[in-house]
Design a protein around this ligand. Structure first.
Ligand SMILES: Nc1ccn([C@H]2C[C@H](O)[C@@H](COP(=O)(O)OP(=O)(O)OP(=O)(O)O)O2)c(=O)n1
Length: 122
């Protein structure tokens, strides 16, 4: 049975696998798997990136942590970031990519490509 209406306030160490399972159950329960093709999910992802961008649009530079934003604005950011993340996770899934492993591998590759320059901190 689906339990997506249960919204715990704070869950420690949410795993990507848990999120993927919830997303699969969400789509399955609604018969929406047929719509979740790679192309559709990519377009949905880009749409949500646009919605996230709209929140920042015309605000000028914004301080880290968004200290001057209202709680409504912060909640909006939280929701749009989540939409982006959840569509990205689903897109990776239908592309057969394990996003956690792929991201870890990419971080290692990035570190090899951009070695630390000790002089930077002297
Ligand atoms: N076919 C769908 C439709 C929605 N969702 C999920 C993923 C997103 O987390 C969220 C997106 O829902 P909406 O399209 O309603 O977008 P918003 O929540 O941003 O609403 P709005 O565009 O009205 O601000 O729902 C999904 O997985 N598959």
């Amino acid at each position: 049975m689906e339990n997506s209406h249960v919204c715990p306030k704070k869950v420690k160490d949410v795993s990507l696998q848990e999120l993927r399972d919830s997303l699969q159950e969400f789509a399955r329960a609604r018969g929406w798997e047929q719509y979740h093709s790679p192309r559709n999910l990519l377009l949905a992802l880009v749409g949500e990136v646009g919605e996230l961008s709209e929140i920042f649009q015309w605000k000028g530079e914004v301080a880290k942590g968004l200290p001057d934003w209202t709680s409504d604005e912060k909640q909006h950011v939280e929701e749009e970031l989540s939409d982006v993340f959840l569509y990205l996770l689903q897109l990776a899934d239908v592309c057969g990519v394990d996003l956690g492993q792929a991201a870890l591998t990419k971080i290692i590759k990035n570190a090899q490509k951009y070695p630390v320059n000790p002089a930077t901190f002297n």
